[in-house]
Design a protein around this ligand. Structure first.
Ligand code: G3H
Ligand code: 13P
Ligand code: ZN
Length: 326
């Protein structure tokens, strides 16, 4: 175990104030996953340029990939980079889909300002007990905690669920009261990854279950609700990938209008990972195909990073409504 540090010394903030403002303002804070330098540079550049508050989030797999000590300094560097750009946007560093108390503690000790404890696959009482335990520890360090009720289909950090289970609105009030969590992820029809819906010829994407969202909102008015699995699976990227040697037939996501509607309601955090992955892969494939003699990673990763900046600016400005709220 490395040395302990508080997120406050890294220039980060927890999510409490950004969520309160988002709930009141009818927009959602973007939570972008990152694993490497170029993704983080793109997130900070785009959010500083659009003046959007931001949550930079790391899955367990990303933490293993990037190294926890490296991550701490990357997050600190991200805040400094934003300030050098002349921007004062709040930046939170969040653990995405934490699966144990010990992982949450380790992240808090290494400078995370927010953690998710995902007990959604557990029996209700066990989910409550685990989330409560994390909250008790986290709040001693002024770190905010996201819990989850309801299971999303797809891969949730190495745990694969074939079918989703929608959140039961009758459980949310009790869960929030008993756990003391600061925000709650719910399941209303989104799913992780690039294949969110299996559509037959001529079928269109089914609408999200806004009725469940409304029922939840009624029971916990003003409480921050989180939407996972919220990539749109941008079709331009899927087409580029397929054109340049990839194979992603049938990749489809949540239409932007539905995310806009969610962001205007009680949803105040929207998680986006897959769209960023698609942007990077599309641009790297395109670059490689058009520049077969190039072998400098800065060239193809630079092209990917540039595209990622444009994608994130677009999300902040026209989907989440977070631009200008920093
Ligand atoms: O919810 C899952 C995120 O997209 C993270 O994915 O576990 O492959 O890093 P990962
Ligand atoms: P997507 O796979 O839709 O980008 O969802 C990401 C997510 O929910 C991360 O927790
Ligand atoms: Zn998720």
């Amino acid at each position: 175990m490395g040395d302990k540090v508080s997120y406050k010394d890294l220039g980060l903030v927890n999510t409490r104030e950004m969520f309160a403002r988002a709930v009141d303002g009818g927009y959602a804070i973007p939570a972008y996953n990152f694993n490497n330098l170029e993704q983080l540079q793109a997130i900070i550049t785009a959010c500083a340029e659009t003046e959007s508050p931001v949550i930079i989030q790391v899955s367990k797999g990303a933490r293993d990939y990037a190294n926890q000590t490296m991550l701490r300094y990357m997050a600190m560097g991200a805040v400094k980079m934003a300030r050098e750009m002349g921007s004062q946007i709040p930046v939170a560093l969040h653990l995405d889909h934490g699966d144990t108390f010990e992982l949450c503690v380790s992240c808090i000790e290494s400078g995370f300002s927010s953690v998710m404890i995902d007990g959604s696959h557990l029996p209700y009482d066990e989910n409550v007990a685990l989330t409560r335990k994390v909250v008790e520890y986290a709040h001693q360090h002024d770190v905010t905690v996201e819990g989850e009720l309801g299971v999303l289909a797809g891969i949730e950090d190495e745990v694969e669920a074939e079918h989703s289970t929608y959140t039961k609105p009758e459980e949310v009030e009790d869960f929030v009261k008993k756990t003391g969590c600061d925000s709650l992820a719910i399941s209303i029809g989104t799913s992780h990854g690039a294949y969110k819906f299996k559509l037959k010829e001529g079928e269109s994407v089914p609408p999200l279950r806004f009725d469940i969202l409304e029922e939840c909102e009624k029971r916990i008015p003003g409480f921050p609700i989180v939407l996972h699995g919220a990539s749109s699976v941008v079709q331009d990227y899927v087409q580029l990938i397929n054109r340049y040697g990839g194979k992603m037939e049938g990749a489809v996501g949540v239409p932007e209008e539905q995310l806009r509607k969610a962001a205007a309601s009680a949803v105040c955090k929207i998680n986006i990972d897959s769209d960023g992955r698609l942007a990077v892969t599309a641009k790297v494939r395109e670059f490689m195909a058009n520049n077969p003699g190039e072998f400098d990673p800065r060239k193809y990763l630079g092209a990917a990073r540039k595209e990622l900046v444009e994608l994130i600016k677009h999300k902040n400005e026209t989907v989440l409504g977070s631009a200008g709220k920093g």
